[in-house]
Ligand binder design. Sequence first.
Ligand code: GLU
Length: 309
Amino acid sequence: MSARVTGRFAPTPSGRLHLGNLLCALLAYLSVRSRDGRFLLRIEDVDVPRCPRRLAAQCIEDLLWLGITWDEPPLYQSERTAIYEDAFARLEDMGLVYPCFCTRAQLHAALAPNLGDREPVYAGTCAHLSPDEIAERSKTRSPAMRVRVPDEDVTFTDGLYGIVTENLARDCGDFIIRRSDGLFGYQLAVVVDDALTGVTEIVRGRDILTATPRQLFLQRALGYPAPSYVHIPLLTDSEGRRLAKRDKDLDLSVLSKRFTREDILGLLAHACGLLPDWHPVTMDALIRDFSWERVAREDARLSPALTRM
Ligand code: GLU
């Protein structure tokens, strides 16, 4: 197999990309292109009702406007159900999957006391139902499907944040890989797609860092190689507030009327530490000078000049 690095950007098109998403796309792209690697685009529209094609087309348009290009036709998760079925069946054959009939209210009631911003740990309520119980409950409710996790530490080294360790049984519990409406969950789809498309480097937001141990576990179970990971700082407004899809003034529909592509590249590069101050810059110059060493670890703030201009 070739040693050429393969990276990807994998947006969920449930809204228009904001500058935080574009920063992620840019860093993933620069990391790969600065080493003459392969870059892929994957549209994570597995939750079809929330991700209309119109928004995926808009994502593509915005990335192209910024000067980001990919080497193969974009992949749409909504078209890959049969592939996820196959991976799911393999996990089932290993005895790792079980149905969960818990309602939202039951899940809440079984929760440990509030754990700050960590996701709730599943209490294992449905982990040992008998075949009769499963048959009985299936009459009135279609279950979500969970994967059983081991009580052992999963460790990886993140390119920016260093060593990260999590015990899945303690910190997360058995997690959902297929929803009760039949749609596959994000964790399974991501792992399958990254492996089957030969992705070797994953660059994405720090908000997904805690999902990575679950994905490493699934990779191991399915016999896939583990890619390397860089989770990048989040982009905030000039007051330190996290950007959200609702910040309409920070998407390209507005920004591309006020700024050039080089202005926006300079803005993003400055926010994450690649440029000492905000000035227009070309993609070629960013590729030439790129190094992870120069990317800041702390959250990246947008220049207050953005809203003054
Ligand atoms: N689709 C996810 C998002 O837009 C990113 C998934 C990933 O990069 O692994 O937040």
